[in-house]
Design a protein around this ligand. Structure first.
Ligand SMILES: C[S@@+](CC[C@H](N)C(=O)[O-])C[C@H]1O[C@@H](n2cnc3c(N)ncnc32)[C@H](O)[C@@H]1O
Length: 204
């Protein structure tokens, strides 16, 4: 099988480099590597997401679903100094980098890089942020999203960025149909930024 960025153990040599980015008006230098998503620059979709949504500032438990080398997780933890951020990915190299980048950003104590199965069952999220792995296929994508949306706390919010030509609009409808009312909050550079909520149990 080819060495996709979502391989658990990328086969390519681990060649590292750094990329600079400005997120919510703060400068970051991230270490990236071969075998992880968008190793040459902050991904455009991720950048659209972070420019379209205000940074969270309060306490809480946040999730960066599909964290890659961790740009979203690190920025969330920097902006919200009382929050704990779970950075989840299936790619071990990405998790190693997310941990490294969190330490470099001074938030290593509050960013928990973990494989999906290693997040304790009782953890619930006030916010979910994701540039999701569309390329895993619709069935897997839906399964992954349902799993993590189901772990949003009542009233919790999910922020997503999805390419319009990768099904952003149909994903918006699908989340709404699944019981997570979803609206488009921005559209830029071919990406949709979506906000889904866990409305909680329907009133009886
Ligand atoms: C589009 S990339 C975004 C990476 C990073 N958040 C960024 O903005 O650069 C999606 C990530 O999801 C990860 N991924 C793939 N399948 C996953 C799954 N089932 N659960 C969690 N992460 C997954 C991939 O390894 C990849 O790092």
């Amino acid at each position: 099988m080819g060495d996709h960025f979502f391989s658990a153990e990328p086969q390519s040599a681990d060649v590292r480099r750094t990329v600079e980015a400005r997120i919510w008006d703060k400068p970051y230098v991230f270490t990236t590597a071969t075998g992880v998503f968008s190793r040459d620059r902050l991904d455009i979709g991720t950048s659209v997401l972070l420019r379209s949504v205000d940074a969270p500032t309060g306490p809480g438990t946040f999730l960066d679903l599909g964290c890659g080398y961790g740009p979203i997780a690190c920025a969330l933890a920097v902006e919200a100094p009382e929050a704990t951020v779970w950075a989840v990915d299936v790619n071990n190299r990405a998790l190693e980098l997310a941990e490294l980048n969190a330490k470099a950003a001074g938030v290593g104590d509050r960013v928990r890089a973990a494989l999906p199965d290693d997040v304790p069952d009782d953890v619930r999220f006030d916010q979910l942020w994701s540039n999701p792995a569309i390329h895993i296929g619709k069935a897997e994508l839906h399964k992954m999203l349902l799993h993590w949306l189901g772990r949003l706390a009542p009233g919790g919010v999910g922020w997503f960025v999805v390419g319009k030509n990768l099904g952003g609009d149909s994903l918006q409808r699908w989340m709404t149909d699944q019981g997570y009312p979803c609206t488009r909050v921005a559209s830029a550079k071919g990406f949709r930024v979506l906000r889904a909520t866990n409305a909680g149990p329907a009133p009886s």
